[in-house]
Design a protein around this ligand. Sequence first.
Ligand code: SF4
Length: 403
Amino acid sequence: MSVIIPTSVSESDSTPRSMPRSPANKVNFFDLPRAGLDAFFADLGEKSFRSTQVLKWIHHFAVDEFDAMTNISRSLREQLNSLAYINTPEVVEHQVSRDGTQKWLIRLDNNNCVETVFIPEAGRGTLCVSSQIGCALNCSFCATGKQGFNRNLSVSEIIAQLWVANRELGRDPKGERIISNIVMMGMGEPLLNFENVVKAMDIMTDDFAYNISKRRITLSTAGVVPAMDRLKEQGDVCLAVSLHAPNDTLRNELVPLNNKYPIAQLLDACSRFVEGKPKGRDLVTFEYILLEGVNDSIKQAHQLARLLRRVPSKINLIPFNPFPGSPYHRPRQQRIDQFRDVLTKAGYVTITRKPRGDDIDAACGQLAGKVLDKTKRRLSQVSYVQQSSVQKMGVHGNKPCNA
Ligand code: SF4
């Protein structure tokens, strides 16, 4: 088969373009984690507590106008209006599934929209966040991959998804935020947009923004090995890996990135990632989409069980969610259960994900958004680790997730 993996995502591809209504020469506060705001206010001769005030207004109270920030002096508000702005996103569509799943389609520019999905479950609410417009990795079972790749999302475009969902969902009667967990499993491979994803996660975890624990943030990758090591140093969230096959021959077909980073390298990187982590964060979640007659045999279940012995693991089985034009089918329930039983008997915590939001095309592998494809996918162009500030690395269009 022709190997189709990311075009080299050049630095210019990764530079965020202006969202609509972006005023020229102004700083978008949506793009700045606390360190960036500290630097901004230091330049104005202001103390760093201004950063925490502004973070709280924007992310905690969903305020998008400086004039509404009543604990900031009028003169500073005027200065902020002249130097900065808060670029709130336009919601093009909001859908609610009969099972309570919600999906927002958010406009990013004139040609591209991105989808974010909220999945309510007992005791938690998970938001599935996208990191790229489309995806260049072209996994054969994924609707996002079929759309091609346009560009990376900026920090503000990643965080806008959480901002919108948090504003709409609010808090429960006890005052707890409805969104308790984040999974970076929407459109795109988060590790191919490393710098922006890590900065966005800084905002997610900041006490004065969303205050979400790193234990409750899971980043899912198709396996961009060099970036996984960097993530441990800089992001330190929970890791999920889109595996989907128990051997290289099949994984090369399903996840073309495997041609670059085969399973042995991937599992070594997983072991390094969890080494020394405290209990509760010392497991890697392996995601395995079950495709009828492709990767769902009992023999393959045993192969998978043997393969994962070397990494502290838990396994999420995801029965395939069909989308138009896909050649695959979801296995029968009996086969899904048999596959799960092999893994459970081998000692793995194994969860079969229930399809959520499939009536609004929000289930795993169904995210499509609206993407102007600019991809020229050629393996020869792939270069994941470059000397640019934006490292080229890592998956998704899958989704939540009991990770
Ligand atoms: S599964 Fe993930 S990495 Fe693969 S094409 Fe879809 S979005 Fe990209």
